[in-house]
Ligand binder design. Sequence first.
Ligand SMILES: CC(C)(COP(=O)(O)OP(=O)(O)OC[C@H]1O[C@@H](n2cnc3c(N)ncnc32)[C@H](O)[C@@H]1OP(=O)(O)O)[C@@H](O)C(=O)NCCC(=O)NCCS
Length: 254
Amino acid sequence: MNAVIDHARSRGSPRGEPVRLKDGSFCHIRPIGRDDSETVMACFDGLSDASRRLRFFGAKRALTEAELAYLSGADGREHLAFAAVRRDALGRDTEVLGAARCIRSTPGSETAELAMAVVDRAQGNGVGTALLDHLMEAAREQGIRRFRCEVLADNEGMRALAKRLGGHPGWLDDGTLEYDCPLPDAPAAPKPNPNPKRASRRRPVPRSVSWRTDRPVPAPWTDSWERAAKVSVAFFETAALTWYDNVLPGQFGR
Ligand SMILES: CC(C)(COP(=O)(O)OP(=O)(O)OC[C@H]1O[C@@H](n2cnc3c(N)ncnc32)[C@H](O)[C@@H]1OP(=O)(O)O)[C@@H](O)C(=O)NCCC(=O)NCCS
């Protein structure tokens, strides 16, 4: 069955900006909402038998009604799902490139099961990475702390993505790999400036922690005072030694 994308039902991507892919083209990442079965079907239709095996762990010719309802049932809290789509100049969806979702292991759990698929013609172009970035951010906002992902051992692409997420693989009884991926904390948002006019006249406040090393970075004034103090101590030490070695013996006949 070839799904037709409902152009009238295009939604905005969460941040609204298009995502640049490896080949220089752009796509949009947008949530898959309820009753969005066309998007789910378009993604499934774009998968080869090999990709379907990797996604569904077996041969799959079609999705059942129940599966379609389940995959189209994202609610944004327990079940989060995003699609990567191409758009025309009017902002209408023209092509589905892939989909990624996470579903909490149990209601309210901080662990969610991750699954994704990119249509064969778009694989290796950064779509999977873009989908995962968006899903991760949305999941974190909903209090999800880790993704768990079951992967067939020969699935190089998904293993690469799970590894990049910092996932640790473990073998399951049926010979598949399970990745446990703790989600990194969101970068701290800068504090709102209560008085932007005054602040703009002030010198910028130095960062207190280096983002490269996580070690404290000395503030510039601390640094220069410390250097001046060291130079002074060295100067007085030298003067005292010179006085002790050269002047003192002359005065007391040492
Ligand atoms: C796994 C999958 C989602 C990856 O999506 P994608 O859009 O092809 O991934 P990206 O282009 O963002 O590539 C991500 C990284 O994985 C690596 N990668 C992707 N496919 C790979 C492959 N077949 N072999 C080795 N590495 C691969 C890439 O090198 C890339 O790393 P890089 O950016 O450093 O070059 C996609 O291949 C797919 O849908 N596969 C079939 C379904 C499936 O396996 N689903 C996962 C089960 S939950």
